[in-house]
Ligand binder design. Structure first.
Ligand code: MRU
Length: 351
């Protein structure tokens, strides 16, 4: 793909500023940890796998100029960077997975000079990006087998290039199916309040030449009722051991609608999104975001009275019973999830 969401360039983190899309494709360079924290918070970089990569690079950014010669001091500094980065957004498992992975790498090198530990951290942060690119293509290959020619697919938010390094999970499946010569039509929910569907998914699918139609979120039921949707595919922010899946707010609505209309509902995610330490949805922390995201249109136009009470959870949880399959880089996992997730992913390191 010709777009790279996050990268390490000239000793800085380079990201696409996603708050500027679709009006401007603007790259920004980040060389302070506080700026990365802010970029994650305001979602200049977003999407679970991209946050995993940001975590890896952010850990390096936080210690690269720290001067000390003993492991104890270095480790305390690294842990404080980890804690700080982890406080940026709570729901996507990949962010924490990336942080924990770098802590483990540092610890495995603790008997080496600090410069070597720093080198190992940067190398692993780069490896996280390489692995993501590879794993998205594997997700694409497994998922594309579910497609027939002329399938119409509904998606929400953005689980594409812009949510990963360069390919996408749910949209990666679409890219692969299309590359195999299948005709695919995508319906994309606008995804209130921050409009990742309208701004990002529509933009990237257009750019890749995929047939995409933008719909208001509340149009999904009508489309399904009219047999216009063959399958729903979403990404995931955190998947519990029993398959309960946190994803962008509105995903649960789509899953209920899909069940009612007998339409398959798939989730696509790499193994870094699974949290096997959490048994079910009760352990998933849902991020609450600013009122103004809901009471305005992208902070530009107020659409509610000034004193309106607002509730703005950024994610909801799709109960596993509503999920037809989870498309991973190790294959498509089906029910019973508690057993099959462990069987397919348990033997690999996945949180
Ligand atoms: O709040 P966002 O835009 O970070 O939410 C993103 C999603 O919900 C995506 O579907 C999820 O992270 C998977 S991205 C491959």
């Amino acid at each position: 793909m010709d777009i790279r969401t996050i990268d390490w360039k000239n000793n800085k983190i380079r990201i696409i500023d996603q708050t500027k899309l679709p009006l401007k494709l603007l790259y920004i360079n980040i060389d302070h940890l506080e700026d990365l924290w802010q970029a994650i918070k305001i979602m200049q970089v977003r999407g679970a796998p991209a946050l995993g990569a940001a975590a890896g690079l952010g850990m390096y950014l936080g210690i690269k100029d720290y001067i000390c010669s003993d492991w104890g001091k270095f480790s305390r500094k690294l842990n404080s960077v980890a804690k700080y980065l982890a406080s940026s957004r709570p729901t996507a498992r990949n962010l924490f997975w990336g942080i924990e992975r770098i802590l483990a790498v540092a610890s495995a090198h603790k008997n080496q000079p600090i410069t070597k530990i720093k080198q190992a951290i940067l190398a692993d942060a780069k490896l996280i990006m390489q692995e993501d690119a590879f794993s998205c293509r594997k997700i694409g290959a497994y998922g594309a087998r579910l497609f027939k020619n002329n399938n119409k697919v509904l998606t929400i938010c953005n689980a594409g290039i812009l949510a990963t390094i360069d390919y996408g999970t749910a949209l990666g499946v679409v890219y692969t199916a299309v590359s195999q010569g299948k005709k695919v039509e995508v319906f994309c929910c606008e995804t209130r309040p921050l409009l990742q569907g309208a701004r990002l998914t529509t933009w990237e699918l257009n750019k890749q030449g995929i047939d995409v139609t933008l719909i208001a979120d509340n149009t999904a039921a009508k489309l399904m009722q009219e047999n216009q949707v063959d399958m729903v595919i979403t990404g995931a922010d955190r998947i519990a051991a029993n398959g309960d899946t946190a994803n962008k707010i509105g995903s649960f609505n789509l899953a209920v609608l899909a069940k009612y209309h007998n339409i398959p509902f798939y989730v696509a995610a790499p193994k870094s999104t699974f949290d096997l330490a959490i048994r079910d949805k009760s352990g998933i922390k849902i991020e609450l975001r600013k009122d103004q995201e809901v009471s305005s249109i992208l902070f530009k136009k107020e659409i509610a009275p000034k004193n309106a009470k607002v509730l703005n959870p950024a994610f909801d949880v799709i109960p596993h019973q509503l999920i037809s399959g989870i498309i991973t880089d190790q294959g498509v996992i089906q029910m019973p999830y508690l057993q099959n997730i462990r069987k397919i992913l348990g033997k690999n390191k996945c949180g």
